[in-house]
Design a protein around this ligand. Sequence first.
Ligand SMILES: N[C@@H](CCC(=O)N[C@@H](CS)C(=O)NCC(=O)O)C(=O)O
Length: 198
Amino acid sequence: MGLCLTDIQCELREVSLKNKPSSMLDISPKGTVPVLLLDNGKVIDESLDVIDWALEQNNVFDANLVDHQEIFTDKTIKLFDGDFKFNLDRYKYSTRYHDVDEKIHRESCLKILKELDKLFVGPAWFFGDDVNKLDISILPFIRQFRLANGEWFDGQEDIKNIKYWLNTFLESDLLKNIMTTYEPWKELDDPLYFPIDL
Ligand SMILES: N[C@@H](CCC(=O)N[C@@H](CS)C(=O)NCC(=O)O)C(=O)O
């Protein structure tokens, strides 16, 4: 989404997490996606760093927000990348962790969402009609949280704004444009570019 919104095209190599190419592990041994390799050889292998790099090239969100909203954005992204993600992984993948109670971790995520719900501005995206860095940085986590148990999530009364906001995201052209399914990349494949319609 960061690359799409900033009109930056890259060569895309889809990776099967069960069969990571050695060319990926050579440049990013920690083995998580996404990995962005720049023309100058620099490797960026954290999603939020990819977003920041894209915005450094073309800050499409510049002047959208006032100072306190910028500060809130940074603080909230840190909370989601830290505490929320920690609990989300233990809720979603409880079997991968030793001795975790998924409901405790679900409650911890819900508590964070309830607080955020009270601060939602709207009407469409978090801070108004336009999508911002906060939306693209944390909505994917909230989408994942819902996917773990949609019925339970939809039944929560105290996160009405969050549900509405998530719906904006799920229905958005932005999400539809990036959620294409690709075949895993193979060594001799022709290059594939993303986004395709630049
Ligand atoms: N903090 C990293 C986390 C990335 C991450 O965990 N990605 C998952 C896929 S969504 C992954 O690559 N997992 C590696 C695996 O399952 O082997 C980021 O935001 O880039």
